[in-house]
Design a protein around this ligand. Sequence first.
Ligand code: HEM
Length: 211
Amino acid sequence: MPFSEVLRNATWGDHESAESEGYLKALMAGRLSREAYGELIAQHYFAYVALDGVSRSLADHPIAGRFVFPGLYREEALVRDLSTVYGAAWRDRIEPSPATRTLVARIEQVADWPGGYIAHHYTRYLGDLSGGQFIRMELQKIYGFERGGGVDFYFFDEIGSLPRFKEEYRRRLDALPLDEPGLQRVIRETKLAYQLNSEVLADLDHLARAA
Ligand code: HEM
């Protein structure tokens, strides 16, 4: 079985629990204010500043570099989204939650191991290119966001057709030059990445309870 499938199968249970978090449910049900939606963008901002930064530093790496696509970088889009929701003073309105600090620390900690970088890269970007597209359409319906700010995070204009890009991404996963224990370590780190991302969502649950 190709590694992309092995990875997906081994972590789909972790996906299901990440997907069913209270905050995301309330968000998708249209129960949260724009400000409460902004809290998610804010946490994304800190995580992607870290992930994009690590990607830049690994661009020339023989293994990790095959997963570096400047068209995936999210910082600029997130700044537009934050400016739209919170206004020009957005930077004073946001701070990383404890769970986001833990996620960022882990992304930076595994940056010297290509498998670890790829695990976090896959968990975030392939999710944004998959279920993220459905989330964007719902958010546009709920808040009336147009292109240019609000949900720009979910627009990937520079990478062409998303299904084709995901196919190529999976081909690169399948061609990872790692031995079996190395691949198993990638799976373990991906499970951890799901858990850390779920904890970021759990930290936002109070907003769902207050809604
Ligand atoms: C409302 C929440 C969510 C929904 C509705 C959702 C839905 C989906 C769907 C339908 C797919 C399959 C798309 C395809 O096969 O092309 C997918 C894939 C994926 N999602 Fe999510 N998702 C959600 C949340 C998340 C979260 C919170 C994460 C991680 C932090 C995540 C990470 C992923 C990843 C990595 C994939 C790719 C799996 C693969 O094909 O290898 N998703 N999602």
